[in-house]
Design a protein around this ligand. Structure first.
Ligand code: NAI
Length: 309
C-alpha cells in the first residue's frame, strides 16, 4: 500500500481484515506514524513497492507521477500488479508503467472514511474497476479480488475504463459541483441584497441539513420521485422555473468543459499550475474564503456556543 491517507488507511484496514498481508509504503510523516499505531509494518515507498506483488497507489493524484518514477518503478518485476483508485494519471499519460505489469483501477465511489465505516457496518458501496494492461493474464481476477477485499463488491463493481472514470470525476467537479456552488452563492447574494438576513438565508441554504435529507431521499426514493415529499407549491415552482435558471447556453459550456478535460488541456493546465506553486489556486481560495458566508458561519457558531452574537 503506497500511501496511508483517506483511502490508504481505510483500504489497508479492510484488506487486512479480509485476510491479506499488507505492508505500508509511506514517507516519514504523520501518516506513517498512524499506520504504525494501527499495527502495520511501514517501509519507505521504494522498499514497499519492491516487496509488494499487488501495489496499490493511494497517494494524491498530483504527486503520483514523481513518486511513481522515483519509488515505485525501480522495484517492479514481471507479474506485479499496479492498482490505482482514480483514472487520472493513466488516462492523461502522466504515469508510465512498464509493459510487464498489470495496470488496474479499483476506484471506490465513496470517501475514504466511509470506505472503512461501510465495511465495518457490512454495508455496500460501489466502485469502478478497469484493466488497462493485462500482462499477467489474470489481471481482472486481481482487480476483482481487491474490490472484494476492500468491501466494494457489496455495492457493485462496475466495469469502466481509466478515461471514463477520469471524465466522470473531473466533469462532476468542474461542471456539476462548480455550478451548484455558484448557484448557491448567487442565491445567497441576491436574497441578502434584497434585505433577507444572512443568518436566515444561510440556515435555509445548507445549515439546517435539509439538503442532506433531500440527497438521501433522491438515493432511496428516486431522483425525481422524491419531489412528492415537497409541497405542491414547491413542485410547481421547481418544474416551471428550472429551464430559465439553466438555459441552453449552459449545455454549450458543459461541452466546452468536457472537451477541455477529454483533450488533456485541463491536465496540462493543472500540471503547469502545480509546477508554478499553485498561484491561481491560492487566489481562487482566497476569493472563496473572503465571501461573507464565512463570517455568517462564524457568527452562528459563536452564538451556538453560547457567546452573544
Ligand atoms: P491523501 O491526500 O489522503 O494521501 C495521503 C498520503 O499520501 C499519505 O500517506 C502521505 O504520506 C502521502 N503523500 C502525500 N504527498 C506525498 C508526496 N509528495 N510524496 C510521497 N507521499 C506523499 O490521498 P487520498 O485522498 O486518499 O487519495 C488517494 C487516491 O485515491 C487518489 O488517486 C484519489 O484520486 C483516489 N480517491 C480518493 C477518494 C477520497 O475520498 N479522498 C475517493 C476515491 C478515490
Amino acid at each position: 500500500m503506497i500511501g496511508y491517507g483517506n483511502q490508504g488507511r481505510s483500504q489497508s484496514l479492510n484488506l487486512r481484515d479480509s485476510g491479506l498481508q499488507v505492508t505500508v509504503g509511506c514517507r516519514e510523516d504523520e501518516y506513517a506514524a498512524r499506520a504504525r499505531e494501527d499495527g502495520f509494518e511501514v517501509l519507505a515507498p521504494v522498499e514497499a513497492a519492491a516487496a509488494g506483488e499487488v501495489i496499490l497507489i493511494l497517494i494524491p493524484d498530483e504527486v503520483q507521477p514523481g513518486v511513481f518514477e522515483a519509488s515505485v518503478a525501480p522495484g517492479l518485476v514481471q507479474g506485479d500488479a499496479l492498482v490505482f483508485a482514480s483514472g487520472y494519471n493513466i488516462a492523461f499519460d502522466l504515469v508510465h508503467p512498464p509493459s510487464f505489469v498489470d495496470i488496474l483501477m479499483v476506484a471506490p465511489r465513496m470517501i475514504g472514511q466511509a470506505v472503512r465505516s461501510c465495511f465495518l457496518e457490512g454495508e455496500g458501496y460501489p466502485c469502478f474497476v478497469a484493466c488497462e494492461q493485462d500482462a499477467s493474464g489474470h489481471a481482472w481476477e486481481t482487480a476483482l479480488a481487491v474490490a472484494l477485499a476492500i468491501g466494494a463488491t457489496r455495492g457493485g463493481a462496475v466495469e469502466a475504463t481509466f478515461l471514463e472514470e477520469a471524465l466522470i470525476d473531473l466533469f462532476a467537479e468542474q461542471f456539476l459541483w462548480a455550478g451548484i456552488v455558484r448557484l448557491f452563492r448567487t442565491y445567497y447574494d441576491v436574497l441578502t441584497a434584497a434585505g433577507c438576513s444572512p443568518e436566515t438565508v444561510a440556515t435555509d441554504m445548507y445549515l439546517s441539513g435539509e439538503m442532506v435529507e433531500i440527497a438521501r431521499a433522491m438515493r432511496e426514493t428516486g431522483f425525481f420521485k422524491q419531489m412528492e415529499l415537497h409541497s405542491q407549491t414547491s413542485q410547481y415552482g421547481q418544474l416551471s422555473r428550472g429551464d430559465r435558471v439553466i438555459g441552453p447556453q449552459v449545455r454549450q459550456v458543459a461541452l466546452e468543459i468536457l472537451d477541455e478535460i477529454r483533450s488533456g488541456k485541463f491536465a496540462e493546465e493543472w500540471t503547469r499550475e502545480q509546477a508554478e506553486g499553485k498561484p491561481h489556486l491560492a487566489r481562487l481560495k482566497q476569493g472563496a474564503f473572503a465571501h461573507p458566508l464565512n463570517r455568517v458561519e462564524e457568527r452562528l457558531k459563536r452564538t451556538a456556543e453560547g457567546e452573544s452574537p
